[in-house]
Design a protein around this ligand. Structure first.
Ligand code: NAD
Length: 681
């Protein structure tokens, strides 16, 4: 990269980061920025004009050089000569590839035309709530004039594409004094001679629109508070949300399983408490970015916040049926012979007055972003209703975008989902040893993980190792406590919508001869392993039943549940109890599609807190080997002469839950490198 090029790209990235850092400027992954400049053509050595523009995918706030597409401006402008007209404008997206300069970088997005055809060195296209509020107001054109005079021009709604680029270019040419435009139903575009000027113009439009809405807007644009629809007190609200979440997730997953996200922020609760919320929600979102993630409209529960839980659940089921019928009708109203097949009729956003918003997606980030976009939509409706009436783009246009061949192609390019994508796993004792390895493996295979352990600090560390809240959360839980187990499952419901996979792994180990085993020793072992896993299985089954999506329960039992050796009465008996829970629950839960299986590890020394905490020293003394050689010693006792590591146990958990053993329940898999005395029969 030459120094000149470096400056232009550096400025563009810095501007994008500043704009993308403030959610008032644009929604997540929404909008794009560009800069034009000279660079030497490596073939001719001549200066050539290039456009660097944010490419498809990614977010402005974290844009890198790799996220930019670099295109030759002479070629991009020459596309006007071959443009076949608006009816075939989609063909131009493929043509952008023929304008690329050199290798690497991101694929040019549909908005490349807007940036390339506009005669301005720097261009920002953004989706600010304030700008979209004007863009979606019934009299948006007049309001834009009232707000900005001639300095910002109205461009009527047009689907993103080559023609929109030509429209905006023409608007700039006809209005030399203008610094940008409001794109009806969509967002804003601003330009400038320098990067700083472009940024100033963007911020001017966003800030001026926000002030205009605040100063001109009427109070309470969503109407007065509806009796009984106000927010429940926080704790009650959260409990209710956790109680409803598994059912709602199950409903939202009728066509394909989804991960959930919950939001009970003030703006959501205020919207849902107001008289107009039903009418506005039915109008749906407007900005293409918004409704691609939120679906055309949300499902709204039409009951007061304090309605009995069973009544709310029954009504949600009914509304879900109605939603699906409505969505099918929408598809049939607009689908043409060439439209892609219907993608699923379940809602992506479910609103429960007094409680909050549940949003869904193929992973946690997608679910969270769907919720964030609905929040953007609430802000947009608020602004538009404050100064006018909210008037999103027509339904037929929404359909054209939702089922646009270019969107479909984007979906087809997505990598296939990992085997445990859309599944939520709760692993007890996941802060250490085997549990930690299981949490890592399940997460690597696509599951969202709840790291449940009484060691809160280590549980948080493991959740952070897994990638933080979009991948894993920690739940502080002593598995012997009924209330704490219930709270851990509530935390899972609020974090990811529910639970599909429970791993009963928490355990401790005492090795004592019968005559030295106290009643407390016995109780402790049984409380943690027998009672603890019973409690977690019961709560897990409750959630799985409400979801109606089947599920898995896996017990990390032990060779010692089968093998009878000395000095092991409390531990071995508790492990045998767990082993029989596997069979009992496999028999009972099969009709719900819940499979229950176990893993019998042996001699997992490395990484195990049990071994580090005294058991290892003690076993080493019994066998007369140095403690650090205990793993090797155990290995030599096995048929395969291999040391068993936590990862090997995690592999077995994945084998049981990853899909290949879908017809297996009530099974125990030994992971002991071969111990004939513990063979199952
Ligand atoms: P570990 O000590 O490394 O991990 C156990 C985890 O369970 C710890 O994080 C601990 O904080 C947690 N825990 C203990 N009591 C708890 C409670 N009441 N509530 C919540 N969390 C609790 O041990 P590990 O070796 O990884 O063992 C994991 C499981 O595997 C245990 O059930 C153990 O019996 C079983 N197992 C281990 C071996 C082995 O050789 N290490 C062999 C067979 C079975």
């Amino acid at each position: 990269m030459t120094a000149r090029q470096h400056d232009t790209v550096g400025e563009l990235l810095a501007r994008s980061h500043r704009l993308g850092a403030d959610p008032r400027n644009t929604n997540y992954a929404g909008g794009n920025t560009s800069a034009k400049g000279l660079a030497a053509d490596p073939v001719t050595g001549q200066d050539t004009e290039l456009l660097w523009v944010k490419g498809s995918g990614g977010d402005l706030g974290t844009l890198t050089g790799e996220g930019l597409a670099a295109l030759r401006l002479d070629r991009l402008r020459a596309l006007k000569g071959v443009y076949p007209g608006v009816g075939r404008e989609d063909e131009m997206v493929a043509a952008f590839d023929h304008c690329l300069h050199g290798k690497g970088g991101a694929a040019p997005s549909i908005d490349t035309a807007m940036h390339g055809l506009l005669d301005a060195p720097h261009v920002d296209h953004l989706h600010p709530d304030s700008g979209i509020a004007l863009a979606c107001a019934a009299d948006g054109e007049k309001l834009t004039r009232d707000c900005f005079g001639d300095s910002v021009v109205w461009v009527p709604w047009r689907r993103p594409g080559f023609q929109l680029g030509l429209d905006i270019a023409a608007v700039k040419e006809d209005n030399p004094g203008a610094v940008g435009c409001v794109l009806g139903g969509h967002g804003i575009t601003a330009w400038g001679d320098s990067s700083d000027e472009c940024e100033r113009n963007s911020l001017h439009i966003i800030g001026t629109a926000a002030r205009f809405l605040a100063e001109r807007g009427r109070p309470e644009p969503f109407g007065p508070v509806l009796e009984g629809f106000g927010p429940l007190p926080r704790q009650e609200r959260r409990e209710r949300a956790a109680a409803l979440a598994p059912l709602i997730r199950g409903l939202a997953s009728a066509d394909r399983p989804q991960i959930g996200h919950f939001d009970d922020s003030g703006a959501v609760l205020d919207f849902l408490s107001r008289e107009e919320h039903q009418r506005l929600a039915a109008l749906g979102t407007s900005c293409p970015d918004h409704f691609l993630r939120t679906k055309v409209s949300p499902l709204v529960l039409d009951l007061p916040a304090a309605a009995p839980l069973e009544e709310a659940e029954a009504r949600l089921r009914e509304l879900h049926e109605e939603y699906r019928e409505g969505y099918r009708a929408y598809y049939e109203r607009h689908a043409g012979p060439d439209s892609p097949p219907m993608r699923g009729a379940d809602p992506a956003v479910v609103l429960v007055p007094g409680v909050g918003m549940f949003s869904f997606g193929k992973d946690k980030q997608t679910a969270r972003v769907a919720g964030e976009f609905y929040l953007n939509a609430i802000n947009v409706m608020h602004g538009a209703e404050a100064v006018s009436s909210y008037s999103p783009i027509p339904e037929s246009e929404k359909f054209r975008i939702e089922y646009w061949e270019l969107e479909e192609a984007k979906l087809r390019r997505m990598p296939p989902p990992r085997p445990l994508a859309t599944r939520v796993a709760l692993v007890t004792g996941a802060a250490s040893g085997i549990g930690r390895a299981i949490a890592h493996r399940l997460s690597a295979e696509g599951a969202c993980v709840v790291v449940a352990d009484r060691n809160t600090q280590s549980a948080e560390e493991v959740a952070a190792e897994l990638g933080g809240p979009d991948k894993a959360v920690a739940a502080a839980v002593d598995v012997t406590s009924e209330e704490e187990i219930a709270a851990a499952f509530r935390a899972a419901a609020l974090a990811f919508g529910g639970v599909d996979l429970v791993v009963n792994n928490a355990g401790i180990s005492l090795s004592r001869p019968l005559l030295e085993t106290s009643a407390d020793d016995w109780d402790t072992q049984h409380r943690i392993m027998a009672r603890g896993s019973f409690l977690a299985s019961r709560e897990g089954a409750r959630v799985m039943k409400a979801q109606g999506l089947g599920g898995d329960i896996v017990y990390i039992a032990s060779k010692n549940g089968v093998f009878a050796g000395p000095d092991n009465i409390a531990y071995g008996a508790a492990k045998a109890d767990q082993a029989h829970q596997v069979r009992l629950l496999a028999a009972e839960l099969g009709e719900l599609g819940i499979r229950v299986n176990g893993v019998n590890p042996d001699g997992v020394v490395r990484g195990s807190g049990i071994f580090a905490g005294g058991w290892g020293a003690q076993r080493a003394a019994v066998y007369g080997v140095p403690e650090e050689k205990l793993g090797e010693f155990y290995a030599q006792r096995t048929l395969l002469k291999r040391e068993v590591l936590p990862e090997h146990v995690a592999n077995a958990v994945f084998a049981l839950t990853g899909g290949d053993l879908s017809h297996t329940t009530g099974l125990h898999i030994p992971v002991d490198a071969g111990v004939p005395a513990a063979f199952l029969r």
